[in-house]
Each structure stands twice: as C-alpha cells, then as structure tokens.
Ligand binder design. Sequence first.
Ligand SMILES: NC(=O)c1ccc[n+]([C@@H]2O[C@H](COP(=O)([O-])OP(=O)(O)OC[C@H]3O[C@@H](n4cnc5c(N)ncnc54)[C@H](OP(=O)(O)O)[C@@H]3O)[C@@H](O)[C@H]2O)c1
Length: 314
Amino acid sequence: MRTVTLGHTGEQVSALCLGAMFFGTKQDQATSFSLLDQYVEAGGTFIDTANIYAHWVPGGEGGESETILGAWLKARGNCDDLFIASKVGFGYGNVPTALTPDLIEAECDKSLQRLGIDTIDLYYAHVDDRHTPLRDTLEAFNRLVASGKVRYIGASNYLAYRLERAHLLSKQEGWADFCSLQQRYTYLQPRYGMNMGMQQYVTAEIRDYVRARGDFTLLAYSVLLAGAYTRSDRAVHDAYKNPDNEARLLTLQAVARESGATANQVVLAWMMQSDPAVLPLIAASTTQQMAENIGALDITLSAEQMTRLNEARA
Ligand SMILES: NC(=O)c1ccc[n+]([C@@H]2O[C@H](COP(=O)([O-])OP(=O)(O)OC[C@H]3O[C@@H](n4cnc5c(N)ncnc54)[C@H](OP(=O)(O)O)[C@@H]3O)[C@@H](O)[C@H]2O)c1
C-alpha cells in the first residue's frame, strides 16, 4: 500500500488508515480478525483505535476495540510491523471527558495493557479540554513519550488556534509536539453551524493551517457518512441537505462513472489528492466494503476532475 510521511516524524504510514472503532462490539472477533487480516494483506500498516471504543454500542463498556486488536496482534505476532494509534480524552464508564495529567497517564496504561504492547505509536488527545491548562496536558503527553510508552502524539477535534497554541508551547518547552490532527470530514459540506457535539469538522481555516504548517498531517474520520453515498438504507444527514450538496452529489456520480469507480472511492481519492492532502480513515463491516475502500488507492483523478469536484455548486 502507498505510504505517506506522518507530520514532522519522518515515519511512513499507510495512505489509508484502518478505523477499528467497532471491532469487538458491532463486529465479533472472527469478523474483526478477517478485516484486519485483509487490510494487512493489502499492505496496510496504520490502525486507529481509542480507549472508549465502543462504549455506546449496546453491550459495550469501552475498551473492546483495543482488546480485540490486542488479541489479534498477539495471534499474528506482527505488532512490530504496524503503526498503532489510540486516543484518550472522551469519557466512558466512570472516566470523565478530560485531559488531566492523572487521567492521561492512567488511561495510557490501560490502553497498553488491553493492546498487549509496550508502546503506542501515535497517541491522540481525542478532544480538546478547555478546563485543563494546555501546559499540563502537553507536559503529561511529553512524559509518556519520554518514558517510551508513546512514540508520537496527535490531536483530534481541536480548533486551529488551540493547535497553534499547543505547537508554540511544545516548541518553547522542548516537549513532544502534535504531529497530526484527526477531524471529521467528507466530500459533502455540512450546513454552517451544524451541531456535531464535541466533534470538529475540517474547516477552511484548518485546511489553511495545515497547508501553512507543511509538516503536519491531517486525517479524516466519518469520510463515507456510514455508507450514505451508495446505500439506500443510509440517509444523508439533514445537515448535508442543500442545493450545493445536490450539485456535489451529481458531480461525484459523474466522476465515478467516468473513472469506472464507485462514489465512495471517488470521495476517498478526492481527499487524498486534495491540497492539503487528507489521510482518510476507512472502516468496513464486510470484506466487500473493505476491498472497495482499499481500491480507492488505484483511482487517480485528473486535475480537471478535481476542479469540477471542488467547484460543484448549485
Ligand atoms: N477522532 C474521532 O473523534 C473519531 C470519530 C469517529 C470515528 N473515528 C475513527 O474513524 C473511523 C471511521 O469512522 P466511521 O465509522 O464514522 O466512518 P464512516 O466511513 O462514516 O463509516 C463506516 C461505515 O460505513 C459503511 N461502509 C464503509 N465502507 C462502505 C462501502 N464501501 N460501501 C457501503 N458501506 C460502507 C459501514 O457501515 P456498516 O458497518 O453499517 O455496514 C462502515 O462501518 C473509526 O473506526 C474510528 O477509528 C474517529
């Protein structure tokens, strides 16, 4: 699988990152193992989980995804070949939503234990915490890097000015610096002011910030809108229903037809070819979905197609 450099780290990671959110809850162990095997057989090395996955699914408590991933890593003995990302910050069970030093350190130990590994390659602050001084949060993350429990740190669901503040503070103190940002993003543009709870969308400002930084990787989640681009059983959320997005959908379908690709593949290819490039997280519950999503790597959109996709409006 094609690789890209992760932020300032110099590390090569897969151009498509596998989201493991529902492994161990919606997807049983056998299905989770076969999807992980399929991704790795296609050359993928970059896997994304979090301490809270997936406590909101009936029967889930949080930690199931890391536990299944840990069982699979043990069974395959391949953790040295992979780049494992996990996250801390959103609450689950008795754990509050926060990025206090004690919580970061305790949750990191729990994640390492569930994953059965000594080091998490990329550890994210899952959501900004405006009540804990940024200095305390970053110092705690830096301690994890210094102790070898974590190699690199990333941010998720942050605003641009907070990222810049964190960057300057880390530089000033000589601490580990966020190398990446994971944000919600897809081809359709949400209505201005859409309520996404604590999730943050990739805005024009974030794109400008990432472009200006140059050595900072932007990743995207919920890219395929749970399958809504191609499935009649999935509705596009009301926040995406407007005349501009109707034009975008028509353009997407036209480009897909011309390219012999599916709409999902065009969304993923468009993202990877955008400026700044965006590294999509892919998730799947069947081997067919996984094959389709990985197949996006074989699609190259022309400059003219990229312009049409970017400029489509009513
Ligand atoms: N940082 C954050 O705050 C945050 C938030 C959310 C997610 N994430 C990460 O991002 C990953 C992906 O998130 P997501 O699940 O919201 O992504 P998504 O791309 O919006 O949805 C994935 C779901 O879409 C359906 N699907 C996928 N490929 C398909 C295809 N080719 N054809 C038809 N349907 C398809 C499947 O639904 P069915 O399973 O129903 O078939 C699949 O489970 C997660 O695993 C997690 O690692 C991060």
